[in-house]
Design a protein around this ligand. Structure first.
Ligand SMILES: [Zn+2]
Length: 120
């Protein structure tokens, strides 16, 4: 069976709405804590919870960005191509991670260096 772009699109769209819901929930929780939480939680706990919330929010935002980027690429026909070297990304990798931006070789090179691959 050939790689299904339709399936990738469905998964990415589902992922996108899931991530948006998570973000909306986080933002709602933050909004509620303003003015209400101060007298209940002690400052240390609250600061910690805020830090965790912010880190989680950043992570979700980054993933959402990658998911939307992948959806754009599905639209312009460059989906499944490595952003660094232009090679076709392994099908199994795309099925496991539909928003993958790099082929395995480039990805492991990035992780080794601990730096971002500069796309051109
Ligand atoms: Zn590559």
């Amino acid at each position: 069976m050939p790689f299904s772009y339709e399936r990738a699109r469905q998964e990415l769209t589902q992922e996108q709405s899931k991530l948006r819901q998570q973000l909306a929930r986080l933002e709602a929780a933050e909004y509620e804590s303003i003015g209400y939480g101060n007298h209940i939680a002690d400052d240390g706990t609250e600061a910690f919870e805020q830090a965790v919330g912010v880190a989680l929010q950043r992570k979700i935002e980054t993933t959402l960005e990658q998911v939307e980027r992948a959806l754009n690429k599905l639209g312009d026909g460059t989906y499944g191509l490595c952003e660094a070297c232009g090679a076709r990304i392994d099908r199994a990798r795309l099925e496991a991670l539909p928003h993958a931006r790099h082929c395995l070789a480039c990805q492991s090179r990035t992780e080794r260096k601990g730096a971002r691959v500069v796309s051109h």
